[in-house]
Design a protein around this ligand. Structure first.
Ligand code: ZN
Length: 375
C-alpha cells in the first residue's frame, strides 16, 4: 500500500540511501588508511578496516577508476608464493586549492596535492580592500590558482580571520569588515566546486595535525600575527566550542592595567603578544628581556589551559625569530611551574614544522576531510 501512496518517502530509496551512506563511509575508511599508513595490499586493507575482501576489492576498483588510487605492483622483496599487489593514494591525481587570508597586506594561496605538498603558489596584494572588494579578491585568487594546475580540482579550502560558522559564513572579521559574509556559498556558486571555510587558527591546527610533526595527543596551535588565536585538536577532533569560538584566547585579559585592546577591553593577551605590539615593545630595548617577559605572561595565560586539557603539544605559529627563543622557553618554563607534573610532564612546546604554510596546508585538509573523509 505504501508503495503506491503519493505522499511520504517510499521505503526502497530510503534503504538505498542508507546503502550509499555505508558505501561512502567504507570508501573513506579505505582512503583514510592509505592516507595515514601508505600503500597496502587489498588483504591488508580488509584486515585493518574490518571490511570484507569483496567490499575492499570492489571499492578499490572504484577508487582506481576515479584516479584517486593507483596499482603499485608487488613490493620489491620477493616472497614465497604470489606477492600481493599494493595499492596507494595517487597524490597528484587531483589537486586542492588552499587559501590563507590571515595576513594584513595580502591574500596568499597554493595548489596543494593529496600528500599536503605545495605544488604552486600565488598571492594578491590586499591594498586595503575590505567588504565586497575583499570577497572579490578571494574569488580572483581562487580562480587564478585553479588555472595554475592541469589536474582536476577537488575543492577549495579557506583559512579566514574571524569567527566562521559551520556553513563557511564569516560571522565577524573586523580587519576585512566582513559581517555575516557567506564566503563559502559565494565561492562555491562562482567556481562550481566544493568550498570549505574555517577560522585561520582552526585551519592551522588541522594542517599541523594532519601534515605537521604532530603526535596523537591533544594539540593546540597558537597563531601569533596581527592578532592572537588558537585552534585545538582533542581526541582526534577539532574543538569548535558552543558558538564556534573555541580557541579565542587572544582576548583573555592578562594585564588589567595594560593597554587598551581593539576589542574594547584592557590588557588582552593580544595587546602583549600580537606581532605589531611585540615589535613595538622590542624597539630599542634588550630583545631577550622583553621576549622573556612576554613569554612568562603567555605561560601564565596558558597554564590553566594545559592543566585543564592535559595537552600533549603546544605549537607556536608565527614569526620564528620572535617566537622560537626566549619567548618559547619562558612560556614553557612558566607553564611547568604553574601546573602539576602530571599535567605538563609530557608537554612539548615547539614551533610549527610547516612554518608559514601551516594555514595553506590546513586549508587543503578542510577539503580532504570534507570531500574524501580523510584527515
Ligand atoms: Zn581584546
Amino acid at each position: 500500500m505504501s508503495q503506491t501512496s503519493p505522499v511520504g518517502r517510499p521505503l526502497r530509496p530510503r534503504g538505498k540511501l542508507l546503502q550509499e551512506d555505508a558505501r561512502r563511509h567504507h570508501r573513506s575508511l579505505l582512503l583514510q588508511q592509505l592516507f595515514r599508513e601508505g600503500p597496502a595490499s587489498r588483504a591488508d586493507l580488509a584486515r585493518t578496516t574490518g571490511l570484507t575482501r569483496v567490499t575492499v576489492s570492489d571499492l578499490v576498483g572504484e577508487l582506481v577508476a576515479d584516479g584517486l588510487v593507483r596499482e603499485l605492483g608487488a613490493p620489491a622483496e620477493s616472497r614465497v608464493g604470489k606477492p600481493p599487489t599494493l595499492v596507494g593514494l595517487d597524490a597528484d591525481s587531483t589537486h586542492v586549492i588552499g587559501l590563507d587570508l590571515s595576513a594584513t597586506d595580502r591574500m596568499t594561496g597554493a595548489v596543494v596535492n593529496l600528500a599536503g605538498i605545495v605544488q604552486a603558489r600565488h598571492e594578491l596584494p590586499l591594498d586595503g580592500a575590505t567588504g565586497a572588494a575583499a570577497v572579490a579578491l578571494v574569488h580572483r585568487l581562487a580562480t587564478e590558482l585553479i588555472a595554475m594546475t592541469d589536474r582536476p580540482v577537488l575543492g577549495v579550502g579557506v583559512g579566514s580571520p574571524g569567527v566562521v560558522d559551520a556553513a563557511g559564513t564569516v560571522i565577524d572579521a573586523p580587519n576585512l569588515s566582513w559581517t555575516d559574509t557567506p564566503l563559502a556559498a559565494s565561492l562555491a556558486d562562482a567556481l562550481g566546486l566544493p568550498v570549505f571555510v574555517a577560522n585561520d587558527a582552526n585551519t592551522a591546527v588541522l594542517g599541523e595535525h594532519t601534515f605537521g610533526a604532530s603526535g596523537d595527543g591533544g594539540l593546540m596551535v597558537l597563531r601569533v600575527g596581527i592578532g592572537v588565536g588558537a585552534g585545538l585538536v582533542l581526541e582526534g577532533s577539532l574543538l569548535h566550542g558552543h558558538l564556534g569560538a573555541a580557541g579565542e584566547i587572544g582576548h583573555v585579559v592578562v594585564d588589567p592595567d595594560g593597554e587598551r585592546c581593539a576589542c574594547g577591553r584592557t590588557g588582552c593577551l593580544e595587546t602583549i603578544l600580537a606581532v605589531p605590539h611585540l615589535r613595538r615593545r622590542l624597539a630599542g630595548r634588550a630583545a631577550a628581556e622583553v621576549l622573556t617577559t612576554v613569554g612568562k605572561q603567555l605561560g601564565a595565560a596558558l597554564a590553566p589551559v594545559v592543566g585543564t586539557l592535559n595537552l600533549h603539544e603546544l605549537v607556536l605559529s608565527g614569526p620564528q625569530e620572535l617566537l622560537d627563543g626566549p619567548l618559547r622557553e619562558a612560556a614553557d618554563r612558566t607553564i611547568r611551574e604553574r601546573t602539576m607534573p602530571v599535567s605538563s610532564a609530557g608537554l612539548v612546546v615547539r614551533t610549527s614544522t610547516l612554518g608559514e604554510d601551516v594555514v595553506l596546508v590546513g586549508a587543503a585538509v578542510l577539503v580532504l576531510s570534507g570531500q574524501l573523509g580523510v584527515s
